[in-house]
Design a protein around this ligand. Structure first.
Ligand SMILES: Cc1cc2nc3c(=O)[nH]c(=O)nc-3n(C[C@H](O)[C@H](O)[C@H](O)COP(=O)(O)O)c2cc1C
Length: 364
């Protein structure tokens, strides 16, 4: 199977690019032939709306002289089309939009209502050419998948118009969380595996399975409040380190170990069954400004993280932010940190002994 990926991401180091790389790996390992066109590297201007290509004298040629003629050949030569786009204003990026507009020569040179909805493929000019199936890869930063509804609908209408069967959609919201999935490492892995599996499924089965589509869309945040808080922290850190959203490596590393996110993730790991009827306050004292401290309040089967200090904690853990981060990420055991002197505990020792049972590693 010849798969043509049309990538409409304007930036080359984004999440669309990463996820497409996984997709391609899966497809190639399964025996597919994949060509990826990064539209940002080509000159494809929007349709001029002149209907030059519909004039029989021009035999489907466009009035514009740019890279689309060459890309049209690739399109016509492919068995499967993958439209990959970052979600821009609830829709395709402008790069993809321009590419799609330039498919006009493949449509019948007449606007009828003969087809289901609108444009109909010109099967006289291209009787046996062009992809007979198409898939969508959409990557957006918002949380609510509904922001992709318009994009998905447009994709389906396009499939109808080019006579390609829609064979799958990988809809990835919360894109920025791919770089700091510390609170949900299992979800991060499942999402990445789903993109790779989708490539293989397209080659072997001709479509994506429901499980793969669902795994690709697994939520990274528990609820809207967590999304808002973590997202706000992300952009706050971007401003603090002056990285902007584009230096993903630096930003991802900084965000992954930021307690403004991790303290809440630790609270979310709280196991009320292991805690029983525990009522306690655990203060993390970093021996600096009190405002930089964090504490966990455990009460009535719930646990919440708060920034700042507490006057009467049940247990105080004096440590550094780095050590606490290692403990939260389960790379360091609290008892080992105590034994080595990296952490000092005052207050309830029994609570300390229960720490790793009350806060088990994230299960999602
Ligand atoms: C101009 C612009 C408009 C955007 N509009 C949306 C949107 O409507 N919905 C959404 O979920 N994300 C939106 N985003 C966020 C991008 O989809 C997100 O940053 C995505 O990760 C970009 O893909 P990339 O990482 O491959 O660059 C927008 C970003 C930009 C720059």
């Amino acid at each position: 199977m010849k798969i043509l990926i049309i990538n409409g991401a304007p930036r080359n180091n984004g999440y669309t690019e990463d996820l497409l790389a996984l997709f391609t790996t899966g497809a190639v390992v399964a025996g597919g032939r994949v060509e990826q066109i990064d539209l940002r590297d080509y000159d494809v201007r929007p349709c001029a709306g002149c209907f030059h290509c519909w004039d029989p004298k021009h035999d489907g040629r466009c009035s514009r002289n740019d890279d689309m003629a060459m890309l049209m050949e690739k399109f016509l030569d492919s068995d499967a089309l993958v439209l990959a786009t970052p979600v821009y204003y609830y829709s395709f990026s402008a790069l993809i939009k321009a590419f799609l507009e330039r498919l006009l020569p493949t449509s019948l040179p007449i606007i009828t209502q003969g087809g289901e909805i609108g444009l109909e493929r010109n099967t006289e000019r291209y009787p046996d050419r062009g992809p007979d199936r198409a898939a969508l890869v959409a990557v957006g930063a918002h949380r609510n998948p509904k922001t992709m509804d318009g994009l998905v609908k447009t994709f389906e209408l396009i499939c109808d118009g080019i006579y390609a069967k829609p064979v799958g959609k990988l809809l990835r919201s919360e894109s920025f969380f791919l770089d700091f999935d510390a609170g949900k490492p299992i979800t991060g892995r499942k999402v990445r595996m789903a993109f790779e599996r989708a490539g293989a499924e397209l080659v072997r089965e001709g479509c994506f399975s429901a499980q793969t589509e669902s795994d690709a869309s697994l939520p990274f945040t528990r609820d809207l409040e967590t999304f808002r808080r973590n997202s706000a922290t992300y952009w706050q850190i971007a401003r603090e380190i002056g990285a902007g959203g584009n230096d993903r490596e630096q930003l991802g590393a900084a965000v992954s170990k930021d307690l403004r996110i991790l303290a809440h993730e630790l609270a979310a790991c709280y196991d009320p069954v292991a805690a029983g009827d525990l009522e306690a306050v655990i203060l993390f004292d970093f021996q600096g400004e009190e405002a930089d401290n964090w504490y966990l309040t455990i009460d009535k089967g719930r646990c919440a993280a708060s920034g700042g200090t507490h006057q009467s904690p049940t247990l105080t853990l004096e440590t550094t932010e780095e050590t606490l981060v290692e403990i939260i990420l389960q790379r360091l055991d609290a008892r080992t940190a105590l034994a080595s002197g990296d952490m000092k505990a005052t207050g309830s020792r029994s609570l300390l002994g229960r720490f790793s049972r009350i806060f088990p590693p994230p299960s999602t």
